[in-house]
Design a binder for this molecule. Structure first.
Ligand code: URA
Length: 234
């Protein structure tokens, strides 16, 4: 890996600032000052110091992103802005979103480079809970609630698995599902005679969307959040 890329991945500096610092002699590799940002290093074996501090490469990184409406849940797209584009130009190039939210859906997305964790969280067999705040076109009633709780026909081979429903307002519910079929929440509400007009994911397993995190922003998961997704969700 290039030295400037390595430093970019394990510090909060921008690539241009780090390049300058390398050229200014602020970086050593195995005790020798290296002045070329493009120099290749072995991130697992080499001892790299930046401004006197040892930099240890993180193999896996985990971010919470507050997805806004209007961006697609993909790593790249020829026409649309993606959730990975929101992570800035200095981001690692191995990041991807864990699962998909529709372009018009907002809320919690886990962004990582850990394929094993992603697989665990998305595997249908694991039944990881996903909770959504749903704003509806029509009043929500007991009959609709019961049907969602029992499972509804959305045109798949079997009914949806029983959902947990909390009525928040006349036209607003919190819906927890353990599957992740295409447009599942919208199709479930349509199946009971209602329509989703706004959808926001607020939880995935133990991971709650940080209410302080502005739309379009991201941050690293805390140690506590990491413990949660590794211990409880797997
Ligand atoms: N269900 C939907 O219908 N859309 C989403 O984005 C997520 C779940």
């Amino acid at each position: 890996m290039r030295l400037d890329k390595f430093l970019c991945d394990c510090t909060s500096g921008t690539r241009s600032k780090l390049k300058k610092d390398i050229k200014a002699g602020q970086v050593t590799v195995n005790g020798n000052t290296v002045l070329k940002p493009e120099q290749h290093i072995d991130e697992k074996a080499d001892e790299i110091f930046y401004k006197g501090q040892r930099c240890v490469y993180e193999q896996f990184v985990y971010y919470m992103l507050h997805k806004p409406s209007g961006v697609v849940s993909a790593t790249e797209d020829a026409h649309e802005r993606t959730v990975i584009d929101l992570m800035g130009d200095e981001r690692r190039d191995d990041l991807f979103p864990v699962g998909r939210l529709d372009k018009d859906t907002e809320g919690l997305l886990l962004i990582t480079n850990d394929g094993v964790l992603a697989h665990e969280l998305l595997s249908p067999a694991k039944h990881v809970e996903k909770e959504y705040e749903c704003h509806l076109a029509e009043s929500f009633d007991e009959k609709q609630k019961e049907r969602l709780e029992q499972g509804v026909d959305i045109g798949e081979k079997s009914l949806t698995m029983p959902a947990v429903v909390h009525t928040l307002d006349d036209k607003m519910i919190a819906l927890t599902i353990t599957e992740g079929k295409f447009h599942q929440v919208k199709r479930m509400l349509h199946a009971v005679g209602n329509e989703v007009v706004y959808l926001k994911r607020i939880r995935m397993g133990s991971l709650m969307l940080d209410a302080e995190l502005p739309k379009g922003s991201y941050r690293r998961l805390t140690e506590e959040e990491l413990d949660g997704i590794f211990r409880r969700d797997k």
